[in-house]
Design a protein. Sequence first.
Length: 134
Amino acid sequence: MPICPICGNRVRDIYRHCLKQHKATEKKPHKYRAQATMLGTERFDSKKEMNVYLLLVGEELRGTISGLKRQVTYALKVKGKLVCRYVADFVYYHRGLRQKIVADAKGLKLRTFVMKAKLFEAITRGKVKIKTDF
């Protein structure tokens, strides 16, 4: 009987065994080729998100911005009913603009993001600015 190259078990049919037993353990590449990255104990969904974080930390140290937070969830409700949730990569207060900024590190602006951003801006009535260009 042949031996499975992944788990080392003796099996009758390697093809069926591997298809059934090892399919869930294989990691699929991210749909848009973003690579998850670690910076100390912080995990980022992409290298771009990590770079934007480092840029914003530098701005916070200089005093341009304050109150930097990561992965902030907003419930987008219309007439009291939950329409969807929006998870912002970063939220901070810009001292020069005197405005709360919601920032997203986007390589590609998908339709879902554009729709959620428009809904978010409509609900907040322009009091909060969404920034995606870094």
